[in-house]
Design a protein around this ligand. Sequence first.
Ligand SMILES: [Cu+2]
Length: 279
Amino acid sequence: MTQPVITDYLFDEAAYNTHDGGYIPLEKPSTPPQPLAIPAIATPDRVDGKDVYYTITAQTGEVQLLPGAKTKTWGYNAPLLGQTFVYRDGQTIHLHLVNHLPEVTTFHWHGLDIPGPIEDGGCHAPVYPGESRDVTFTINQPASTDWLHAHPCPSTAEQVWHGLAAMAIVQDEHEESLPLPRNYGVDDIPLILQDRRFHEDNQWDYRADYDPDGVQGPTAMINGTINPYFDVTTQKVRLRILNGSNRREWRLHFSDDLQFTQIAGDNSYCRPRYRSRTS
Ligand SMILES: [Cu+2]
């Protein structure tokens, strides 16, 4: 089987936001390398055949991101970002959504092919502070990497910036038949890319950093880890890359320009051919 491999890097340089007036370049971290945080996989409250039940709580927290004071953060079932939700094609998902935040939020499933306006958690499905909402939907789509993020209007961006962003993975039979790494946290690695500016006492300050085109900061984080490293133990590694930043576009390469292969985009595998680049 001969399949052409596309080695060109497909982007329009002039359209990149490095050319924006408000662009904030990333700075090399001055703090020592930290092991990459791997979000835990969410455990269902109950499984009854294809019916799977979860409780998801949007909560405040604080995390030791830098030496010194902990940073105040938000997350889903976690102080920052969230647990990873692993769903399977054909499952019916029952969610008990709880808001422990000081303001209204929603629980939006970015990439899941599920009904709106309530189940998919857009602006029309508010959960008020101290309240909850129950939704049910059936997963009926191919394997994909998706995400859960807040989507209240007009504070979607601010709440995601506080940390309300978690990965969701859909599995199916086709994906299982492919020779791909799928050992979560070992050779199948979630990478949630974000950037922040740290102010006094290591706090984030959305108002201070506010830009109507989206907030950026000079410090990169992956899964909420600054200057992360990951010890690879396998020959092949699969990276699930999620741009969870508010504005930044990311150009990714390995520091030694190791070649890698793109196998999927939003919601689908690259078929019939793979794309790769070398630099
Ligand atoms: Cu979204």
